[in-house]
Design a protein around this ligand. Sequence first.
Ligand SMILES: Nc1ncnc2c1ncn2[C@@H]1O[C@H](COP(=O)(O)OP(=O)(O)OP(=O)(O)O)[C@@H](O)[C@H]1O
Length: 323
Amino acid sequence: MTRTTGTTARATAGRPRGASAPQATGTAPAVRFRGAVKTFGDVRAVAGLDLEVGCGETVALLGRNGAGKSTAISLLLGLDEPDEGSVELFGGRPGESVRAGRVGAMLQDARPVPRVTVQELVSFVAGRYPAPLPVAEALRLAGVSELAGRRVDRLSGGQAQRVRFAVALAGNPALIVLDEPTAALDVEARHAFWESMRDRARSGRTVLFSTHYLEEADAHADRIVVVDRGRVVANGTGEELRRSAGGNLVSFDLAGLAAESLGLLPGVVAVEVRGERARLRTEDSDATVVALAERGAVRGLEVVPASLDDAFMALTSHDRETV
Ligand SMILES: Nc1ncnc2c1ncn2[C@@H]1O[C@H](COP(=O)(O)OP(=O)(O)OP(=O)(O)O)[C@@H](O)[C@H]1O
């Protein structure tokens, strides 16, 4: 689902320059969803979401199309209200943190403002925050210095995306929220983007981003939260997710062995047979291999760790309880 509102401006509107710098409230987490529900007609876009993001963490939200990621982000920016449950930023209502300039957001397809230049837009947004980055620094971090004099409504998709990133960074916010930030970026821009995100994370910022790129989530997030049908179905490091979904893949040649009984072998959680080759996803590869050896099924035997793709498919392809 693609959102097309002027949400960037609203999410970045802050109090006048010169007010005191935004501070996290006490020890409250940066983000806290408690049983949040958001329904559109008969669609439960967010269906009892429980999630915390600690101050200084970088967390990736992963989920299939329509899983509820953008809706969850709208709730945490105060652009929508939950029907049930609660959403807090720094221990208070989202709107308070947004107005206090603690939050910078980059949303999918926010409409460009007509006629203004990149420099003017970023300066305007920076001016709404109490302790912004120098505009040149925000432009540099987003890799758009050379576009400073260009009109924002005449940019390519990838350029516009990078300008939205500059807008999200401009206020030097404590929490940076990014909805599919690298979707339109080429390989070089993507590398530069993650370099800048690492810079922000090192300087103590909290970063929450949604993505469909599992390898980016694995490489750049401290923690991955998998959302399916509006709920959290897995929450941990890439390694923990791989393990929770069956940590290893055991492949071998069937060589006449009946495939039907393979699902009963110790540790096995999924079986795939292609021609003469069987692939078992297992939570205990040692026990699985021993059981196969007892049946003499060792031809072409291979044990490899499950990929994050395998884990993601396993977590979102069927009903699972939260792990
Ligand atoms: N304003 C709306 N009105 C009606 N239905 C909506 C609205 N916003 C979202 N939905 C529905 O809620 C569900 C969750 O959508 P959402 O955009 O949050 O998913 P997503 O995980 O961000 O998906 P994608 O990865 O495709 O961007 C979808 O079924 C979507 O069609």
